[in-house]
Design a protein around this ligand. Sequence first.
Ligand code: G3P
Length: 219
Amino acid sequence: MKIFVDTANIEDIRKAYELGIVDGVTTNPTLMSKESGKSPQDIVMSIVDLVQGPVSVEVIGKTAEEMSKEARKWFAMNPDYIVIKIPMCSEGLKAMRILSEEGIPCNCTLIFSVNQGLLAAKVGAQYVSPFIGRIDDTGHDGMQLVEDLVDCLDYYEYDTEVIAASVRHPLHVTQAAQAGAHIATIPLSVIEKMIYHPLTEKGIQQFDNDWEKFIKASK
Ligand code: G3P
């Protein structure tokens, strides 16, 4: 399973990147709004320069024409790595069809049902992003959607990749992997929790102590 970092914060991305585990990045307007003081273009270009992998940038237009126009501008900034994030809606579907035909990769976001994912795949979206945590918040099982979407897209042999998004804790990542998600997009705080285990910490401490005793005794 590929790992994307779900943030627009370059320092968080750098920390994850230095671990050697980053395959790409996803942003959205909310995440971008937390990076005040920099232009959206500067934020995105610094992420692309660092990661050299797919970086999803969301359009905010309301019509297919507005979305496509915005998408082309973003894509032209780096056709190797920029992916256009488009919200699931009728105009979004039209825009994704147009952009996919132009060879511009799209990540269909705000997916909350198999039907929405199926429609996005049908118009050529390269990625679909089911929002796990937000489904869990409503008292339903977000991970079931990932499992169902993976099965459905595999069954019909779509190339569309499922990105488990709105990941809130390490168990989401484990379950996304078990469900066969192609990618999980994860905030740095969750990546850090994935590394930690109290028994690992205890084990390191014990090895250090025993080694120190051994060296002292052998002098
Ligand atoms: O990838 C989508 C993500 O940024 C949304 O996460 O936690 O706001 O539901 P959250």
